[in-house]
Ligand binder design. Structure first.
Ligand code: PLP
Length: 487
């Protein structure tokens, strides 16, 4: 019996996703043609060749000008941008109930909410410790306007939202003020799928809810008639690889009026005067789309959504589920000759409410942490694309390593920022070999069994090797991933 047979025996549902093997050979043929193992879907999805070809055809066959004028090239472009907007609303089942605002990326969508939300003394911003930095950064707007800012903690070791603590936080809202809860539908650190029932619970207690769907939407259906957060942020390249540079903020129509833009610019005003010092913001999405949109790329969103629909999000989800379960099970089965486990997994060790993002560190036979940056370096030598660091999600990493506020203050105390960082990493090492980062492998639309097997074979090669022989990557403050990282 081959390993693949054993896999199929454990995951008979995988067979029903074989259409994706055919697609891998055709639309994503470049991966195998180049001998690449792509395991960074949470960083960015991969596009099908047909998406780019269709988009290129559109660009080469039509005369397309800056939208929002009445000349023919402009009108043609306007209608294509608006078609893409309608396609986004339809895809998420939000037509009629939501407004779709095109942004640069998910971060752009989050920043729009941060700067426009009516934070004020008496109001609150509640975040989960598991959040991307582009959500964490919203606290700067809230603090500047005098709102209370707090975090709901996560449980260890599964890194799920601590629900009793969350309930206690939610109960503190003064419904007379503006209160915003922001959390990710799926963690880009641990792969945990947080309960979407939290949306209705929070709304019923006087909170607006922002759902960060950036890591969720590529492998899950988000139906805005089933769950209706006030705001949803996403990046399209994460869903289908192409185009980059376009994201979206979906806003409930009955919440849109609560937002107050702190400025106006080209494209966002119906009227502005210099002498009168007044302006009238454009209604709807136009009031939030600053300057000229990435108009040539936006039609590629409609193409990408059609591609995703053609493949079927449920098929992608099923496939990723099978592959992730296999990967986790096999990783946890890796042991050194002395019986010690080779892998420490962060987050759930089973498939209950989790997606295809798997974060781990490798340990040597003596229990010493292997430098995750060295793992990335060695993986690269084998054409494996994975990601290391803390993935812009410091709260999940801190919880995983049981670092509390006092630890962080002690580690980061006193000196200049750069030196602090060095000290901090040293401090972590000195305090029980804690890690400031990890290795992340993530699966998506074009993943297959061979990708997973190649990574497992790569990981197995560290059996009985000491951290010292594997080596470390010299710490370079200029490229320090604790500070400068993405994904
Ligand atoms: C959960 C989550 N939120 C937000 C973002 C930010 O996305 P972008 O960098 O496209 O703005 C990411 C990116 O990795 C993410 O994973």
């Amino acid at each position: 019996m081959t390993t693949y047979d054993r896999f199929l025996e454990r995951h008979p549902a995988y067979a029903a996703t074989s259409a994706l093997d055919a697609l891998r050979a055709t639309e994503y043929g470049r991966i195998d043609a180049r001998g690449q193992i792509y395991l960074d879907y949470t960083g960015g999805g991969l596009h099908a060749a047909c998406q780019v070809q269709e988009h290129a055809r559109m660009l080469t066959e039509h005369v397309l000008g800056n939208p929002h004028s009445v000349n023919p090239s402009s009108m043609e472009m306007t209608s294509r941008v608006e078609r893409a907007r309608s396609a986004v609303l339809e895809y998420f089942n939000g037509t009629g109930e939501y407004t779709a605002i095109f942004t640069l990326n998910a971060s752009g969508a989050l920043k729009l909410v941060g700067e426009s939300y009516p934070f004020a003394p008496g109001g609150r911003l509640l975040l989960t410790a598991d959040n991307h930095n582009s959500v964490n950064g919203m606290r700067e707007f809230a603090q500047a306007k005098g709102a209370w800012v707090g975090y709901a903690p996560l449980t260890r070791p599964e890194l799920r939202i601590d629900m009793p603590a969350m309930d206690a936080c939610l109960a503190q809202a003064d419904p007379g003020h503006a209160n915003l809860l922001a959390f990710p539908a799926q963690s880009n650190f641990s792969g945990v799928k947080h309960p979407l029932t939290l949306i209705e619970t929070a709304r019923s207690k006087g909170w607006h809810v922002l759902l960060d769907a950036a890591a969720f939407a590529p492998t899950n259906r988000l139906d805005l008639r089933a769950v209706s957060p006030d705001f949803v942020a996403m990046s399209f390249y994460k869903m289908f690889g192409y185009p980059t540079g376009v994201g979206c903020l979906l806003v409930r129509n009955d919440t849109l009026g609560a937002l107050r833009r702190p400025w106006f610019g080209g494209g966002t005003v119906n009227f502005a005067t210099v002498q009168g010092r007044m302006h009238v913001l454009s209604p709807g999405e136009a009031g939030f789309e600053d300057g000229t949109l990435n108009y040539l790329s936006i039609p590629a969103v409609e193409i990408g959504l059609r591609h995703l629909q053609g493949v079927g999000i449920e098929t992608i989800q099923a496939r990723v589920h099978c592959l992730t379960d296999w990967l986790i099970t096999q990783l946890l089965a890796l042991h050194h000759g002395n019986g010690r486990p080779m892998v420490r997994l962060y987050g759930p060790a089973n498939m209950t409410q989790r997606g295809g993002t798997v974060t781990l560190n490798l340990y040597d036979p003596g229990g010493h942490l292997v430098d995750y940056r060295r793992i990335e370096e060695l993986a690269a030598q084998e054409s494996i694309s994975l990601r290391t660091g803390c993935f812009c999600n410091p709260g999940a990493g801190e919880t995983a390593e049981d670092l509390n506020e006092a630890d962080m203050r002690a580690g980061l105390a006193e000196e200049g920022a750069d030196i602090n960082l060095r000290r901090f990493l040293h401090y972590l090492q000195e305090h029980g070999g804690k890690s400031a980062g990890a290795v992340r492998v993530s699966m998506g639309l074009a993943s297959n069994f061979a990708d997973v097997e190649r990574f497992l074979a790569f990981a197995a090669r560290f059996r009985d090797q000491t951290a010292l022989t594997i080596g470390t990557v010299p710490f370079d403050i200029e490229s320090c991933r604790v500070v400068r990282e993405g994904g």
